[in-house]
Design a protein around this ligand. Sequence first.
Ligand code: GAR
Length: 210
Amino acid sequence: HMKLAVLVSGSGSNLQSIIDHVEAGHINAEIAVVFSNKEDAYGLTRASSHGIPTAVIRHTEYSDREQFDAAMVQVLKDHGADTIALAGFMRMLTPVFLNAFPMRVINIHPALLPSFPGTHGQRDAADFGVRLAGCTVHFVDEKMDHGPVIIQAATPVAPGVDGDTLAGQILRLEHRIYPQALAWLADGRISLDGRHVHIAGAEEPVCDTD
Ligand code: GAR
């Protein structure tokens, strides 16, 4: 079955939801390793407390992205990973990384892409005054928050809501759709036609709402 590496830079609440769904048997996968570029990422503690191996490489020790990516590929392959889930991993990936796991790197972003890419998707959406916000699970390519969309979820936005409140609202949706996307990937149900993702026999909606 799928051997998953989850990459985190911070709290790892999405990692936690993935762990919980794997343990419940909802995702036909094993988490081979949890990796971080930051040794104090709380996600590493979550992994350890579930008996999942962890690895850390500090990006600051590498002079360029390609060398850092090559080091990550080595560590992840050493752990047997064949699929990569970015879960609050705040580094761009180069072809050195992406070509090592073709069509097997996915990300979650806390906005309805292509709106509000970047590091503050929720705050940017709140500041813009949108009426609907949400999150997106997508394949990763070289551009930030850009690759083919697998699933999105949307939530209404109360007038004048602040970015932090909206982020919490979106995070609850993230914890639903990321495990769903990984379950599809693990079951080999996802195929690509250009930018268009097909889910074989999807009885579940590929658009989720509150
Ligand atoms: C999540 O909201 C995730 O969507 C976001 O970082 C947060 C990580 O939270 N990712 C991005 O903004 C990527 N551009 P977590 O560590 O609790 O899962």
